[in-house]
Design a protein around this ligand. Structure first.
Ligand code: NAD
Length: 298
């Protein structure tokens, strides 16, 4: 099997990452079974992809026929039954190790024996997920960045069991999807989040300690460090539940105090203020997803 023989993939999770992965795969001519915990959630995921791409049609960047053809390639599902004819599946469900192990067991049972099982996890050990399956040599990390259609990078993560053939095929597939690849060994947070999450967490500490306002922290990173987004805005985009889950993996698995998540981050997640996807995180967002005011002003 090579990347051009991939005709059908399964995607587990129709959240912001799963939707993006489904969209770029369908744009490359691949059929996608987009599965979530219920058919209703998966249907909603497909509608959101249609809505976002509808704007491309309005702007004349995509024809109505292309829009229809792309969406026709995405089949929403409430189970993984349709994975049996897929060459590869990408798991992009909530960042929780027990959930992912359960989903890996289910995907392993649903996929054909030769198929590859990839995870879009931000931090969870690929080796551990692979060990829960009957195909550890065909398990790999395929870590897309958010938003998937815009971000060029895919970080490929090799578990200790991952075969060179699996790595080569997934590398080729990422290139087929228009992405640039970096490769990481299987360590907590891999390369990108090992660098990013301590930075976002430190921004939470500066806010919690009253060193500066959210706007000054974000402007400091944008104009002082030449970052396109400030750390609090970026944390809101990623999802504060996901940022916290990654920080917890770094703290637990690297075993160092410097990775401990800020109490403010924990509190916002406990309040259900998960960032842009829930309409409120460090900032409040309007119904169009535009940032309005700081969330914490009293
Ligand atoms: P999200 O909250 O937007 O979506 C998670 C999806 O998983 C939801 O649709 C949820 O219903 C679904 N899900 C939960 N339980 C399920 C089950 N039992 N079966 C099927 N689906 C289930 O989260 P996200 O931002 O899309 O993150 C998904 C994964 O991608 C996580 O592992 C995250 O670490 C990783 N990731 C996130 C980002 C980011 O910036 N948000 C970037 C790279 C990687």
């Amino acid at each position: 099997m090579n990347a051009s023989s991939v005709k059908r993939i399964g995607v587990v999770g129709a959240g912001q990452m799963g939707r993006g992965i489904a969209q770029v795969a369908a744009a490359a001519g691949i059929e996608v079974v987009l599965c979530d915990a219920s058919l209703e959630i998966a249907d909603k995921g497909k509608s959101l992809i249609g809505k976002i791409l509808g704007k491309q049609v309005e702007k004349g960047k995509m024809s109505a026929d292309e829009h229809r053809a792309l969406l026709d390639r995405i089949v929403p599902a409430g189970s993984m039954d349709g994975f049996s004819s897929a060459e590869l599946a990408v798991e992009a469900a909530t960042e929780n190790v027990d959930l992912k192990i359960d989903l890996f067991r289910k995907a392993d049972a649903a996929l054909a024996p030769g198929a590859i099982l990839a995870s879009n996890t931000s931090s969870i050990s690929i080796t551990r997920l692979a060990a829960a399956t009957s195909r550890p040599e065909r398990v790999i990390g395929m870590h897309f960045m958010n938003p998937v259609p815009l971000m060029k990078l895919v970080e490929i993560v090799r578990g200790v069991q991952t075969s060179p053939e699996t790595y080569a095929l997934v590398h080729e597939l990422a290139v087929r999807l228009g992405k640039t690849v970096i490769t990481s060994e299987d360590r907590p947070g891999f390369l990108v989040n090992r660098m990013l999450i301590p930075f976002l967490n430190e921004a939470c500490f500066t806010l919690q300690e009253g060193v500066g306002s959210p706007e000054d922290i974000d402007t400091g990173a944008k104009l002082g460090l030449n970052h396109p987004m400030g750390p609090l805005e970026l944390a809101d985009l990623i999802g504060l539940d996901t940022v916290l889950a990654i920080a917890e993996v770094l703290h637990k698995d690297l075993g160092e105090d410097k990775y401990r998540p800020a109490a403010l981050l924990r509190n916002l997640v406990a309040a259900g203020w998960l960032g842009k996807k829930s309409g409120r995180g460090f900032y409040v967002y309007d119904e169009k997803g535009q940032k309005t005011t700081s969330s914490l002003a009293r």
